[in-house]
Write a protein that binds this ligand. Structure first.
Ligand code: SF4
Ligand code: SF4
Length: 449
């Protein structure tokens, strides 16, 4: 890692104690951490939180934190998307360093306190009820997709006025047939694969279930071709959107429910594969930090794998039965922050490099999206600004495919590329019409889709 000498150690979140929500204690901790950051400044270009913080302090009367009003801290907190990059890849002061800095979890503590005080806006809560919204929108998918389409000049201004969703932000499409409905008859495992085949449960994730089942069907096809039996189990969303809002009670309830539902499958020898990196991060790391004494959650965290991590593991250990063939045109691959935060190496890149003659451009900069954060009216332009470097890199490349492990980041990058191309068509290429998940490209190279 860039910062400290070893991997950072994250402490469990003390979210059940009253002192966690003590506003004086939070203010003292913000001041301690912000002062260290102001002296350090390493994170100046990671997101919008740090530039806001540094400008706030630099422009104060004394140029130091003592003349900054605590009320002005809120925009700094609001700009944090909880991407974890400052903690995982930059900061030299994370535990076990004596400074014990965990910037994202301090932002989370602030938000959890705001949530307890009833400050989470009503529409933010409604927009992030992904299971309810996905089920309802799926019933009327063509209408829902018409109404949420970026080009809709009737509905999008209304959505912007009511729910604060920027009219220019691309929103995920809904599918009438969810992944769990697709997966009722999983593809049969390849009988030519080794006898000691694996068994895996795919934790569908809300996004794959309601918005992009193709990621799930591609994964099932690859696994079946390599002798892995799969089942799809999806009790409910992992709660990442609620974590972003500081609703820790709700996240804990979801964690317990999902862990309990998956427990019999794990005890029956199934691995668990999460299809979206933010969700894998929740299952592997955030849930155990919130509920460190829950044995079901520890069991689940121990067997959860990111989808690319799992394919690479098969390739390394048993070898792939279904060998990929060259994929024409090359790939610009964005590595999602929440994949990088899993501390597992560049698994999506490793997976795509299993494809012969792969022409790969890796983009390790933040896309700027940040979950539900980047689609909001106050944040959308900031999100494009934060993601400009990633979009610029992809736009300069002349690759046939743009891929991201995070489907929302992929869509957001295309929007950034589209804008760059409109401003400077000689330098920046026309973006492809869709951003792929790397697993879809891998399935394509294997001739499975
Ligand atoms: S977690 Fe990400 S968005 Fe939040 S402060 Fe750190 S780098 Fe910025
Ligand atoms: S989070 Fe760490 S690396 Fe980043 S500015 Fe603060 S002290 Fe420096």
């Amino acid at each position: 890692m860039e910062g400290g000498l070893g991997a950072p150690e994250r402490h469990p979140l003390d979210w059940k104690s009253d002192s966690f929500y003590d506003t004086d204690a939070i203010d003292a901790e913000l001041r301690r951490v912000f002062d260290i950051c102001h002296g350090c400044r390493l994170c100046f270009n990671l997101c919008d939180s740090f530039p806001r913080l540094f400008d706030l302090i630099d422009e104060s009367d004394s140029g130091e934190l003592d003349t900054v009003d605590s009320a002005d801290f809120k925009p700094v907190v609001d700009a944090c998307t909880l991407c974890d990059m400052c903690f995982m890849s930059t900061c030299p002061y994370t535990p076990p360093h004596e400074f014990q800095l965990d910037f994202p979890h301090l932002m989370l503590r602030y938000r959890a306190t705001e949530h307890k005080q009833g400050k989470t806006p009503f529409w933010d809560q409604q927009m992030t009820k992904t299971d309810r919204n996905g089920k309802l929108a799926g019933l009327v998918a063509p209408v829902a997709n018409w109404a949420t389409d970026r080009g809709n000049r009737i509905t999008r201004p209304i959505l912007e006025d009511i729910a604060d969703v920027d009219r220019n932000a691309d929103l995920p499409k809904f599918h009438a047939k969810s992944f769990t409905a697709h997966a009722v008859h999983p593809p049969a495992r390849n009988a030519e694969a080794p006898a000691a085949a694996r068994k895996a449960v795919l934790y569908a994730t809300c996004f794959v279930n309601y918005n992009n089942p193709a990621i799930g069907t591609a994964t099932q096809a690859i696994l079946a071709a390599n002798g892995v039996e799969t089942e799809v189990v999806y009790p409910e969303c992992c709660g990442m959107p609620q974590l972003e809002q500081g609703d820790l009670e709700d996240v804990a309830r979801r964690a317990k429910n999902v862990a309990l539902t998956l427990k019999p499958w794990i005890e029956d020898g199934h691995d668990v594969i999460a299809l979206v990196p933010s969700c894998a991060l929740m299952l592997k790391f955030e849930w155990p930090l919130m509920l460190p004494d829950d044995p079901d959650i520890a069991l689940l965290a121990g067997v959860t794998r990111d989808v690319a991590e799992y394919i690479v593991d098969i390739a390394r250990n048993e070898g792939l039965v279904a060998e990929p063939k060259p994929l024409k045109g090359g790939v610009s691959l964005h590595l999602a922050c929440h994949a990088r935060a899993q501390n597992m190496g560049q698994k999506a890149a490793e997976m795509l490099r299993l494809i012969p003659e792969m022409d790969l451009k890796i983009i390790e900069r933040c896309s700027g999206h940040g979950g539900s954060w980047g689609i909001k009216k106050d944040n959308f332009e900031v999100a494009l600004k934060v993601g400009k470097n990633a979009a610029r890199t992809a736009g300069r490349e002349d690759k046939a495919h743009v891929a991201s492990e995070c489907p929302l980041a992929g869509v957001h990058m295309l929007q950034g590329m589209e804008r760059l191309h409109a401003e400077n068509p000689d330098t920046f290429k026309t973006p492809p019409s869709v951003a792929s998940h790397p697993i879809e490209l891998f399935a394509k190279a294997c001739g499975l889709i």
